[in-house]
Design a protein around this ligand. Structure first.
Ligand code: WTA
Length: 658
């Protein structure tokens, strides 16, 4: 997205009366009142919400403990169980309400009520108990999108087991690293998965990951039978259906401290090793619920659909936890937006009468293109009048895609909430509230009430609106990351760097506020993290994967703007042998792409690989990444390259292999 285009965006859409009059936060006046309440009595603001929204087994008396900052604790003497808050709570009020409408890849639909889901979770939890899994154990979940994934996560929560979901698109190697880092004692997986009409293996990756070594902590591998394909078996493996056979369908929940870790979720940072972001139980759930209420304006009669996979934070907060805790009816979709054709999302919205729809800009951009090419996949071809609210997440949305979403999908009627947040923030931190906030295409607008977020300079000082700077959060908030698992020092240095005074949470994004409205525009990552199709990838992670290949001596990876994916991955590679050309170069490109797919996952495969005899470096040996970014974009190099040690190689690096 061009920052210029957003900064000069003058279109503003104020909420319509019909929406505002029924909204949880119905006006800017109310929004400002909430913000003022938080400013006046910060702890009181959150304590009130925590008492109102969460079901406590033992009420808390202390709201915030800052004595070990930045390792903040919220509601620390309270006790609760997250699965009780998502399921048991509803048994008296809405037992027969549909919790999940599951649509399979092939279009088959299965509904589960709150009561049924509760029993499934309890039964599976009893299965986990029979494996001697106990509170505090770490369990890896590597399942396709579906009811079982939600059941597995909720069952862990019921027992105080800390889950770490690994996205099904990550490789055996990634799985291996996460098992080791988390010290996991069990893996929950399936034989395979259905995606886009194909049957793909999943258990096989677990086997390969285990075979890479270091996974001695794993005692059991629970396998859900999804596809019926053949799987290798040993005495560690047990079928899900055998595990639950004969087990009771009620299960006493294990009450945990508010701060008990609910889950770890690995995400890319600016070094090679993914970070195990650790979240709490109470504070995390509180914000997931409150954002469901204020951002998504969720109502009992809504049919809500968040298209994210549970392998990402969005699927945690806005599929597994937030919607269930709010008693919503939601769609869980197994497939992909382009199968059997690019009309799938719109067809599903029509079929299930979806009213609140939440997806990623990259999906929207790809569907715009598809709809132009084949009108039968265009939103206009479907009955979408059930929609009342739209949302986006994961990356900046360019104003043109925003307008298309607004007009073609939302029929000029539905507000769009462009929600900015991160794995580390647990839930939305900057977002419009749909009944209140005037919308500006391409801007995520204003802070969520209670989140003290702002833009500062490199020393942590406030800067006037209208100037670009670093996005920071000035006060701790309940759903914030608690630590990086096994690496508290890295937590401190990554998120509370001394350069900014050690008290500001550094988001890692650049941002700018509009001089009149204070609206935020996100300018993208300031560190070596790429955002490819809404997925976070560390450039260092891809570089480490490349140099692990026997052919590669050195590599540097940068992002390049891409019309659909947001960013694409460009890898500059120096081989140990001669710089390849022609057919040989093509062959090595294919090999290296496959290699990265195996090391990290298909999402990390470089879109382009360029070979050089060397990489452009300063005389002190630093790779000149800015120069590589310009080269990737095909820009003329006009900057000063006098410090460049080896200018001759620039010509080599200008062209991708094709
Ligand atoms: C980016 C996803 C602009 C940002 C929930 C952030 C966004 C990273 C937006 C976190 C948005 C997310 N506008 N950029 N609405 N939402 N981002 O951890 O760079 O997968 O730091 O969490 O995505 O990605 P993550």
């Amino acid at each position: 997205m061009s920052i210029e285009s957003v900064l000069h965006e003058h279109r503003t859409f104020t909420p319509e009366e019909a929406f505002s009059s029924q909204a949880a936060v119905p006006s800017m006046q109310e929004y400002h009142r909430l913000c003022a309440e938080a400013a006046q009595d910060y702890e009181g603001f959150w304590a009130k919400l925590a008492r109102e929204l969460l079901v406590w087994h033992k009420p808390f008396t202390k709201t915030l403990n800052e004595s070990e900052a930045p390792f903040y604790k919220w509601f620390e003497d309270g006790k609760l169980n997250v699965s009780v808050n998502c399921l048991d709570k509803h048994l008296d009020t809405i037992p027969n309400k549909t919790a999940i409408i599951f649509e399979a890849d092939n279009g088959e639909v299965k509904n589960v009520t709150y009561k049924e889901l509760y029993h499934q979770v309890c039964q599976f939890a009893n299965g986990l108990k029979s494996l001697n899994l106990v509170k505090g154990d770490r369990v890896i979940i590597y399942l396709p999108m579906g009811i079982e994934a939600v059941v597995a996560m909720q069952a862990c929560a019921r027992l105080g087991i800390i889950h770490s979901v690994v996205f099904g698109g990550f490789s055996a190697k990634s799985l291996n690293e996460r098992i080791i880092d988390a010290g996991a004692v069990a893996v929950i997986t399936s034989d395979g998965q259905f995606r886009g009409g194909k049957t793909l293996p999943l258990k096989q990756a677990v086997d390969e990951g285990m075979a890479m070594g270091g996974c001695e902590s794993i005692r059991d591998i629970v396998v859900f039978q999804k596809t019926g394909q053949d799987v290798a078996w040993n005495d560690q493996c047990i079928w899900w259906h055998d595990l639950i056979a004969g087990k009771a369908d009620t299960c006493e929940p294990v009450m945990v401290d508010a701060e008990h870790p609910l889950f770890l979720l690995y995400t890319s940072g600016s070094t090679g090793k993914p970070k195990g972001v650790q979240h709490s139980s109470a504070g995390y759930l509180l914000h997931a619920m409150n954002t469901m209420r204020w951002t998504f304006d969720i109502k009992p009669e809504d049919i809500y659909w968040c298209t994210a996979d549970v392998g990402w934070i969005t699927g945690h907060s806005y599929v597994t936890y937030g919607p269930l805790a709010m008693g919503a009816t939601q769609i869980v979709f197994e497939g992909i937006p382009t199968y059997p054709n690019a009309g799938r999302f719109w067809q599903m919205i029509q079929r299930h009468k979806v009213s609140v729809f939440y997806t990623a800009p990259t999906a929207i951009r790809s569907l715009i293109k598809a709809g132009e090419m084949d009108y039968t996949t265009h939103p206009n071809h479907f009955e979408l009048s059930s929609l009342r609210l739209l949302g986006t997440v994961g990356e900046p949305i360019n104003p043109e895609a925003w307008m298309w979403y607004f007009e073609q999908v939302g029929g000029n009627r539905c507000p769009i909430v462009d929600t900015f947040w991160q794995t580390e923030t647990g839930g939305h931190v900057i977002t419009p509230l749909p009944g209140a906030t005037p919308l500006v295409p391409g801007s995520c607008t204003l802070p969520f009430p209670g989140i003290d977020i702002d833009v500062v300079d490199e020393t942590g000082k406030d800067i006037p609106w209208g100037n670009g700077g670093l996005l920071v959060i000035k006060k701790p908030w309940p759903s914030m990351i608690r630590t990086i698992y096994n690496d508290p020092e890295r937590f401190k240095s990554s998120y509370y760097p001394a350069e900014l005074g050690g008290k500001l949470y550094l988001a890692g994004d650049g941002a700018i506020r509009d001089t009149k409205t204070g609206n935020f525009t996100i300018m993208g990552r300031i560190d070596d993290v790429l955002n490819v199709s809404g997925h976070r990838l560390g450039t260092m992670e891809i570089e480490s994967a490349l140099v692990a290949n026997h052919l590669v001596a050195e590599s540097a990876v940068v992002g390049k703007p891409h019309p659909i994916k947001g960013e694409s991955v460009v890898a500059y590679v120096v081989l140990k042998g001669k710089r390849p050309e022609g057919e040989e170069a093509k062959k090595i490109v294919a090999e290296l792409r496959e290699w990265v797919g195996k090391e990290i996952g298909p999402i990390a495969k470089p879109d382009e690989i360029r070979f050089g005899d060397n990489l452009p470096k300063t005389r002190s040996g630093k790779i000149m990444r800015r120069l590589l970014r310009s080269l990737a974009k095909g820009e003329e190099i006009t900057s000063d390259i006098s410090t460049l040690d080896n200018p001759a190689i620039l010509e080599q690096l200008k062209q991708p292999v094709n």
